[in-house]
Design a protein around this ligand. Structure first.
Ligand SMILES: *Cc1c(COP(=O)(O)O)cnc(C)c1O
Length: 386
């Protein structure tokens, strides 16, 4: 048998329409933020299907989270509650603003933030809750919004995995938090290379985020005094950031967004094939979305059961030897030197995240995989564990 090429853990799925749109942008003379970024924002709002929603395109989800937290007035002395079982971007934005992060443990069934742990972590300094829809499965937002209402807290969702996730048939981003932020990083459920979208129904938050997205520039002050604003005029009202999405990236986004439903269906089909093929193995399979709801299947995360014949590291090595890339989502934040040392964190404080971490593997699951690629993964996993 000839050796098969290496199957990477993730690959983007870029079609001819995306390529043609990028070429059109390059030839148009308008390569930074312009008409296509605006169209992309409008298309995203239409996708979410809520005319009250404002969409603000940014150059990463990290930037969008930073803007959302800045716009709610987060600052030194404040605390934000989030999950330890996430990527550092979720939490680092809190530190950008001089506020502190209160990491909490997860629900072992969903690997999402534990709702009871949120409530237990609230102090007089708590300003916001920052949940993550881990792997593309919705967090119980109704419970989180209820806690926030009862304690007077803000909610900003890290929706980096959650397009097009639903909860009670409503798309994430439309559930009534202060803001939700999607990621279009290369390995997410749709991509603009680098990019993100901040969505909010709060007009004040949207206005502040738009100003801070581009250097703190505003034309509103002038508007109030004259009917006609010269095109060259602007005022700086704050030391803003450089977080705008380029039209080159938006060109990709316009076409990727049209494919998001089809992408989700293909991801779900692969997940179902894995679920069926692995049902008899010593694995904890990923949790399903509730009946009638959509799992975005950004990640397919399995956990090795107590009676598995090999440990996680040996499993990943075995997959690699079979020519298949795997990953781990995530090395929890409490294990990273920065977070561990700043807050004096130990694994004993996060027993569920710790146990999940020691056993989890993310298998390749992406739309550019052929059926043959999917079967290669099935065969490799079965030969290691069956
Ligand atoms: C990818 C990711 C981010 C950051 O997204 P960028 O667009 O790369 O900034 C934030 N949070 C989570 C959970 C992610 O997976």
């Amino acid at each position: 048998m000839t050796a098969q090429p290496f199957l990477p853990f993730a690959l983007p799925d870029i079609g001819d329409d995306e390529i043609a749109e990028v070429v059109d942008t390059l030839k148009s003379g308008w390569i930074t933020t312009g008409p296509k970024a605006k169209r992309f924002e409008q298309a995203f709002a239409e996708f979410l299907g809520d005319p009250q929603i404002e969409c603000i395109a940014v150059n990463s989800a990290t930037a969008g989270l930073h803007l959302a937290l800045e716009a709610i007035g987060l600052g030194p002395g404040d605390e934000v509650i989030t999950t330890t079982h996430t990527f550092t971007a979720t939490a680092e934005v809190v530190r950008y603003l001089g506020a502190d992060v209160k990491l909490v443990d997860i629900d072992p069934a969903t690997l999402n933030i534990d709702i009871a742990a949120i409530e237990a972590a609230i102090t007089p300094r708590t300003k916001a809750i920052l949940p993550v829809h881990y792997a593309g499965l919705a967090v119980d937002m109704l419970a989180i919004l209820d806690i926030a209402r009862r304690h007077g807290l803000r909610v900003v969702e890290d929706a980096a995995h959650a397009l097009p996730t639903t909860l009670e048939k409503e798309l994430i981003g439309t559930l009534g938090s202060d803001a939700a932020v999607f990621s279009f990083y290369a390995n997410k459920t749709m991509t603009t290379g680098e990019g993100g979208m901040l969505v909010t129904r709060n007009p004040e938050l949207a206005k502040r985020a738009r100003i801070m997205r581009l250097h703190g520039m505003s034309r509103d002050a002038f508007d109030r005094f004259t009917a006609k604003v010269p095109s060259w005029y602007y005022e700086i009202v704050a030391p803003g950031f450089k977080y705008n999405l380029t039209d080159i990236a938006a060109a990709l986004g316009l076409h990727q967004l049209k494919r998001v439903r089809a992408f989700q269906q293909r991801r779900e089909q692969i997940a179902e094939r894995f679920n069926e093929a692995f049902a008899d193995l010593p694995l904890i399979l990923p949790p399903q979305a509730p009946e009638g709801d959509t799992h975005a299947w950004h990640l397919y995360v399995v956990r090795l059961a107590d009676d598995a014949p090999i440990d996680r590291d040996a499993f990943i090595e075995g997959m690699f030897a079979a020519g298949i890339g795997c990953s781990v989502h995530y090395v929890p934040l409490h294990l990273h030197p920065y977070w561990r040392d700043r807050y004096g964190l130990t694994p004993e404080q996060f027993p569920r995240s710790q146990k999940a971490y020691e056993r989890t593997v993310s298998l390749p699951l992406y739309t550019a995989m052929s059926d043959g690629d999917v079967e290669r993964v099935v065969t490799a996993v079965r030969s290691l564990l069956a």
